[in-house]
Design a protein around this ligand. Structure first.
Ligand code: ZN
Ligand code: ZN
Length: 355
């Protein structure tokens, strides 16, 4: 089958023929229907995230935002069937560790990152393997087709968990999203649906326009003001209740924290770059003086997908609104290369794998 292969970090990616996956006893294989193209693929390709354990040994298949149709299941799988359409979270869980048993499968002790770790070859491929499929393959309701669900990849579901569970955003909250790439725009859309008054901050007017389309009540172009955080504090009359850094660079993280009012909550969604290597200096005394909470957010538990899917079914959320472009597998290397300039708006999705 065809797959996008990372053969050497930072060197051009190529589409090559590789072996089709076979299901492990507890696993399933899905034919990939759609797979979002994400800045996280770009980071992995660059060789960033060594400090996060997301640095596979090449050659490795990239891609971590798939939806698919099950084509074969292992002998121990009970609930997943051939022909079923599924969403596939990128953070595979074991189902048996204490965290999994307490409903926190997204931070499973035995976490395997799809497309990021050797144990889980990615989904820019005709087929992808899902370990522990009874937990990690999430059946889609009948009226959500797998092609439109492809917009619900890591950026969307991660933002859902950040806004709905980790913050959590409630009616009337002032919410500021720093960085309006795919994950940031998803957060704008979701926070708006949850009743927040959302402010988008970015450097590009085009992304800020999209933020407004998706429900932002105000936007700040950080390039045009001296202090974007002060701008947010002025707009919100004292600071936001919830801030998110949806990019993961020192400036956006610091600006996000500095945008908060007393008692506010910061949610870190973006992982940092090779600049920061996971370390950002922050105004810790402000955390004390203002009793600010700083929270991390990773993925979304398979057991809580139903909350997001319910909101999609009732049209409160529309993952297709974020999909900017659909491409075939041969265009994925170029799409990822284009991310070096931070110009990508919304979510590009690969939906043609075998041509
Ligand atoms: Zn676990
Ligand atoms: Zn992603």
């Amino acid at each position: 089958m065809q797959a996008v292969l990372l053969e050497e970090f930072q060197e051009p990616l190529t589409v090559q023929d590789v072996e089709r996956p076979e299901p492990e006893p507890d696993g399933a294989v899905a034919e990939v229907i759609g797979c979002g193209i994400c800045r996280s693929d770009w980071h992995c390709w660059q060789g960033d995230w060594d400090w996060f354990g997301y640095r596979p040994d090449p050659p490795h298949i990239l891609g971590h935002e798939p939806t698919g149709r099950i084509v074969s299941v292992g002998e121990d799988v009970e609930n997943v069937e051939e022909g079923q359409e599924v969403a596939i979270p990128f953070n595979f869980a074991c189902g048996t560790c204490d965290l999994c048993r307490n409903g926190r499968e997204n931070i499973c002790e035995n976490h395997i990152g799809l497309g990021f770790m050797n144990q889980a070859p990615g989904a820019f491929a005709e087929e992808v393997h899902i370990p522990n499929a009874d937990l990690n393959a999430v059946p889609l309701p009948d009226d959500i087709d797998a092609e439109s669900a492809a917009g619900m990849g890591c950026r969307f579901m991660t933002s859902f968990h950040a806004m709905a569970h980790r913050a959590p955003v409630s009616a009337g909250d002032d919410v500021v999203i720093h960085g309006c790439g795919g994950i940031g725009l998803s957060a704008v859309h979701i926070a708006n649906a949850l009743g927040g008054n959302v402010i988008g901050v970015d450097l590009m007017d085009e992304k800020l326009d999209r933020a407004e389309d998706l429900g932002a009540v105000a936007t700040v172009n950080a390039q045009e003001v001296d202090d974007p955080a002060k701008e947010v504090r002025d707009i919100t009359d004292g600071g936001a209740d919830v801030s998110a850094d949806a990019l993961g660079i020192a400036t956006t993280c610091q600006n996000a924290v500095n945008s908060l009012r007393k008692g506010g909550t910061h949610v870190q969604i973006g992982l940092t770059t090779s600049e920061e290597e996971g370390m950002v200096s922050l105004p810790t005394d402000e955390f004390v003086a203002k009793e600010i909470d700083f929270k991390g957010s990773l993925g979304l538990q398979p057991s809580r997908y139903s909350e997001m899917l319910d909101m999609v079914e009732s049209s409160k959320l529309d993952p297709t609104a974020l999909v900017e472009d659909t491409v075939d597998i041969h265009q994925v290397p170029d799409e990822l290369a284009a991310m070096s300039d931070y110009n990508t708006v919304g979510i590009p999705v690969c939906n043609e794998f075998s041509n």
